[in-house]
Design a binder for this molecule. Structure first.
Ligand SMILES: NC(=O)c1ccc[n+]([C@@H]2O[C@H](COP(=O)([O-])OP(=O)(O)OC[C@H]3O[C@@H](n4cnc5c(N)ncnc54)[C@H](OP(=O)(O)O)[C@@H]3O)[C@@H](O)[C@H]2O)c1
Length: 247
């Protein structure tokens, strides 16, 4: 029987690489985004996931084409670079609608079906959900909220045999920051990773039924030391923003 994965944010970046990786391992792929991906998948559904009616339509169209769901990958997300002083309410709401509420509502919609297959929910979170970054507070807080969602959901779904894998992702080369909201330009990060290596690591973690992975792994030390020495971390983080403003 064909196993089926639903992946959001499939048109580019991490979602596109995840689609190719899970397809390589024999999954049928249903991808969702507002623009069409340039890869060959089994079903593409155009949708704005911040709209409840689009989520309902995705659900109906999905089950017109497939009889089961084995994996739901909540991946579509957006960044924002702005101070708390200047952030616009409209932008803050947009970030939460996509980065948090769409993950919750899409999961709720497919949950009974995931329980039937004892499936897996994979949530794409961020290092920014474990260690705050100044001028990225809105994005960070949406990912902190997502981590709490993943962890509490995992516990609640244990009796049903549904697994939750939470991904703590560091900087990856997708152009994500160029599509972010807000008026600021983030400091550059020297060590960005490839989306293909990320997708391979996710598949491995899925197979091993990991609760959470940090990719690349060395961000674990960065998170640990940042939280251990918050005053030093604040100064260094602010300095890197100062530099990026001058350049
Ligand atoms: N790249 C990084 O360095 C990095 C680091 C940490 C965490 N992450 C997380 O990884 C996830 C994916 O990031 P990425 O780098 O792949 O970003 P990306 O290249 O900008 O891709 C974002 C995807 O989300 C889709 N999307 C955006 N708004 C949408 C909406 N309203 N409805 C449906 N789909 C929507 C986009 O497609 P359309 O525009 O066609 O709708 C696109 O396919 C995000 O959750 C992000 O927070 C990324």
């Amino acid at each position: 029987m064909d196993r089926v994965a639903l992946i959001t944010g499939v048109s580019k970046g991490l979602g596109k690489s995840l689609a190719l990786e899970f397809k390589k391992h024999g999954f049928k792929i249903c991808g969702v985004s507002r623009t069409k991906p340039d890869i060959n998948i089994d079903l593409y559904l155009q949708a704005d996931l911040t709209q409840k009616e689009d989520i309902n339509r995705v659900y109906n169209r999905f089950f017109e084409n497939f009889s089961r769901i084995d994996i739901l990958i909540n991946n579509a997300g957006i960044g924002i670079y702005e101070s708390w002083k200047d952030i616009k309410e409209e932008d803050l709401r947009k970030v939460y609608e996509l980065n948090f509420f769409s993950y919750v509502f899409l999961t709720q919609k497919f949950l009974d079906n995931l329980i039937k297959t004892k499936g897996t929910i994979i949530n794409v979170s961020s290092v920014a959900g474990k260690l705050y970054v100044p001028y990225m507070g809105a994005y960070c807080s949406s990912k902190y909220a997502l981590n709490a969602f993943s962890d509490s959901l995992r516990a609640e779904l244990k009796p049903y045999g549904v697994h939750v894998l939470n991904l703590i992702v560091g900087r990856i080369n997708t152009g994500f920051s160029t599509r972010a909201l807000g008026s600021l330009k983030p400091p550059s990060t020297p060590f960005s990773q490839s989306p293909e290596n990320f997708a391979k690591a996710v598949y491995k973690a899925y197979k091993k039924r990991k609760r959470e992975i940090t990719f690349p792994f060395w961000y674990k030390f960065f998170i640990f030391f940042g939280n251990l020495f918050p005053n030093l971390y604040d100064s260094l983080a602010l300095k890197s923003w100062e530099k990026s403003k001058k350049s």
